[in-house]
Design a protein around this ligand. Structure first.
Ligand code: AHM
Ligand code: MG
Length: 336
């Protein structure tokens, strides 16, 4: 039973038995993520103090420039998970290919693979705006004792056993699910402990916030244009409020607390959308469904999409159930 002010460590131990495969491995894995989160939090918080701001001068597999903190966060998460020898593979937004992990004493005995976006919303780093880490956990499909393959990572989101995010905001929070609701833990930086501050988080059924990069309006499909006009119409509880941070974790977090919809549709500039299915949309969709919200590509639930590539992109509509359903009705009527 979740108790406010319980530490994350206590919560993990108490809830371990709820997890159907309960051997303690998943708990160790969440513990490792907790540790990496603290390390990255430390780096993010001192970003303005030392010379780690700015561009690392390299581009990632999607041709986007990497900020130094992206590189650092990537290293810290991979290192922490590797060192603890609890996963057999990891895929990251910042790595072209997945990494197969072979523990020293046992050969590929671990069952879990992790997919991460180590520092999402990184264009916000230089301007002191919230960023986040997103993670997703699966049981491998291939047999234990063999190296992991791409197949272990290309699973539908429905197979996720855990997912969550860390938000480096006015305070740092770790929010996650193992399929039994969503709980949020706030870091007390003075003693480095996460405390349960937001038990059983839920999206309100509907809300009054829409979050989308409206600068792309002319490039959006007709269904999206018409839905935006619907949000702006003077009728009933509308017009809605427009709020867009440009940091998925932060926009999602606010909408889950206040009620709202986040949208990153496809456009004539980005024909598959921008966000990545495996380590951005799937974990957020799992959290959304666990919190009574909804996530789709405009037509089908994100969690039902069969991935074909590690860095696949997908249109993303996510948030309060009634708002996502309304947006979907516009896609179906006017096209996406
Ligand atoms: P990133 O992984 O390169 O940081 O990109 C993902 C981010 C999301 O956090 C955010 O919602 C979106 O990109 C913002 O994109 P845009 O600037 O095109 O609106
Ligand atoms: Mg990202």
């Amino acid at each position: 039973m979740a108790r406010r002010n319980q530490t994350l460590g206590e919560f993990i131990i108490e809830n371990q038995k709820e997890f159907r495969y309960s051997t303690g491995e998943l708990s160790k894995l969440i513990n490792a993520i907790r540790l990496a989160a603290k390390v990255v939090n430390h780096e993010v918080n001192k970003a303005g103090l030392v010379d780690i701001l700015g561009n690392a001068g390299e581009t990632n597999v999607q041709g986007e420039s990497q900020q130094k903190l992206d590189v650092l966060a990537n290293e810290k998460f991979i290192q922490t998970l590797k060192n603890r020898e609890i996963i057999c593979g990891i895929a990251s937004e910042e790595e072209d290919d997945f990494i197969s992990i072979n523990s020293q004493d046992e050969n590929h005995q671990n069952k879990y693979v992790v997919l991460i976006d180590p520092l999402d919303g990184s264009s916000n780093i230089d301007v002191n705006v919230s960023v986040g880490t997103i993670f997703s956990v699966y049981r491998r499909i291939t047999s234990v004792g063999t190296p992991v393959t791409l197949e272990d990572f290309l699973q539908t989101g429905r197979n996720q056993v855990a997912a969550g995010y860390i938000i480096y905001g006015t305070s740092t929070m770790l929010v996650y699910t193992t399929g039994h609701g969503v709980n949020g833990f706030t870091l007390n930086p003075a003693i480095g402990t996460f405390y349960l501050s937001h038990p059983n988080m839920r999206f309100p059924e509907t809300g009054r916030i829409y979050s989308i990069n409206e600068g792309n309006y002319v490039h959006f499909p007709q269904g999206v244009k018409n839905y935006i006009k619907y949000c702006q119409e003077e009728k009933g509880d509308r017009p809605y409020t427009s709020r867009y941070i440009g940091s998925l974790v932060s926009d999602f977090h606010r909408n889950m607390i206040k009620g709202g919809i986040y949208m990153y549709p496809k456009s004539s500039k980005a024909t598959a959308g921008k966000l990545r299915l495996l380590y951005e949309c799937n974990p957020m969709a799992f959290l959304a469904e666990q919190a009574d919200g909804k996530a789709s590509d405009g037509f089908v639930p994100i969690l039902d999409i069969q991935p074909s590539e590690l860095h696949q992109r997908v249109p993303f509509f996510c948030g309060s159930r009634q708002m996502v359903e309304k947006a979907e009705s516009f896609m179906q009527e006017f096209g996406l």
